[in-house]
Design a protein around this ligand. Structure first.
Ligand code: PMP
Length: 411
């Protein structure tokens, strides 16, 4: 049974009432790409623009002070949300997870990596981390190694032990895979990295929205997430970094707001986290992200996670009953993210998603920004249904119906 009153919660998301096509109720199963936004978060944006829209940090006037306080407190709130005790100093707002990856790759990687250093990734990394570290490695002469993914979609931890060694400088791993749903042992990987004096970056884009995350318990050096995948707005994400590391790092971008003192020769940098937020930052989005964190905490991340398991389990079982379906990732019963990726024999993922669209079901088809993983699995693409706190088992029936229909059409 689900611990959530889903029908009540759905009232917070007006978009869920809409229809698509010719009057078909929307079934939104593309939550791993972007979640829907509750009224409470939209209201935080509206309130900001109607009541105290203003630039932050520099103003003496009241609106600027109000905006500054709200924006700064949003950093404290998000730090707390992911378990960082260092408050705002350890929480940089970025555009998204991708920008957080690039920030660390440029500000830390460019300066710290060189010939002979190794960056250890996994075969299930999202392009946000894979492409970024690949290119920084090329610029610095470092080598990239990939921890193998086994047939069940789990990391081969024996291989990890072989790869992470004295030459390792950075381990960058996805917390929950956006394709396989695998929940990686990030704390164990952090210990491995630290044993060899390497740093660990955790991509939490698919973890922070739907399970309690504690960056200090994991002992992550860096941890990234996106607002638009956690009931927040687009245009904002977070980078947690251990204070001493962020302090040692060079800025990522230069300009206003990130400086303390400038003359014609040189400049010094502002305090954390502002040193990493050049120019006018993501003010309304950051404030709205605070509202999203409040919204999720009020429901309870434990309960959201339990609800997702309840829906995912059902989807997995129902889809498994269809002949010709192959589901990827760890089997049922293992700790899994709230998504199911699959293929239907003889039907291209894009055709399947197009038929599902006729049934009102929004899912994603393609390589989900993990082309190397798809190459390894020897499939051109896959279909992914991903769930959130407002999805129901009844909606899963619409998915199953659509898949059955596709099967008949292509039979
Ligand atoms: N990492 C993972 C695991 C993801 O699922 C995503 C989003 N698909 C990203 C990174 C990138 O997120 P964003 O596009 O918000 O930067």
């Amino acid at each position: 049974e689900s611990p959530l009153d889903v029908q009540r919660l759905r009232e917070d998301f007006p978009v869920l009432e809409r229809e698509v096509g010719e009057g078909t109720p929307l079934v939104y199963f593309d939550n791993a790409a972007t979640t829907q936004t509750p009224k409470q978060v939209v209201e935080a944006i509206t309130e900001y623009y109607y009541e105290y829209n203003s630039n932050v940090h520099r103003g003496i006037h009241q609106l600027s002070q109000e905006a500054s306080v709200a924006y700064e407190e949003a950093h404290d709130r998000l730090a707390e949300f992911v378990g960082a005790s260092g408050e705002r100093e350890e929480m940089v707002f970025t555009k998204n997870t991708t920008e957080a990856e690039n920030l660390v790759a440029y500000a830390w990687g460019l300066n710290e990596l060189g010939e002979g250093d190794e960056v250890v990734l996994t075969e299930m990394e999202h392009h946000a981390s894979l492409v970024t570290w690949q290119q920084i490695a090329k610029k610095t002469g470092a080598d990239v190694r990939y921890i193998r993914v086994d047939d069940e979609g789990k990391l081969d931890m024996e291989h990890a032990k072989e790869l992470v060694g004295p030459d390792t400088a950075m381990v960058s791993v996805v917390h929950v895979s956006n394709v396989l749903g695998t929940v990686n042992p990030v704390s164990e990987l952090a210990d491995m990295a630290h044993e060899h004096d390497a740093r660990i970056f955790v991509d939490g884009a698919q973890a922070v929205p739907n399970r309690p995350v504690d960056v200090e318990a994991i002992d992550a050096d860096f941890y990234a997430f996106s607002g638009h995948k956690m009931a927040g707005p687009t245009g904002v994400g977070g980078l947690y970094g251990k204070k001493h590391l962020l302090e040692e790092m060079e800025p990522y971008q230069y300009g206003g707001e990130m400086i303390r003192k400038v003359d014609f020769e040189d400049a010094t940098w502002n305090d954390l986290p502002w040193k990493f937020e050049a120019g006018t930052p993501v003010i309304s989005q950051g404030i709205a992200l605070h509202a999203a964190a409040d919204y999720l905490d009020e429901i309870g991340l434990d309960r959201i996670s339990e609800h997702e398991e309840y829906v995912t389990e059902y989807a997995y079982e129902r889809l498994s009953e269809i002949e010709g379906i192959e589901i990827y990732g760890p089997p049922l019963g293992e700790d899994r993210g709230g998504l199911v990726s699959f293929n239907l024999d003889g039907v291209h993922a894009h055709d399947l998603s197009s038929i599902l669209n006729d049934y009102g079901v929004a899912i994603r088809a393609g390589d989900h920004c993990t082309q190397p993983l798809h190459q390894k699995m020897d499939i051109p693409a896959s279909v992914r249904a991903s769930f959130y706190l407002y999805n129901t088992r009844a909606e899963v029936e619409a998915l199953v119906e659509g898949v059955e229909a596709a099967k008949n059409i292509f039979a």
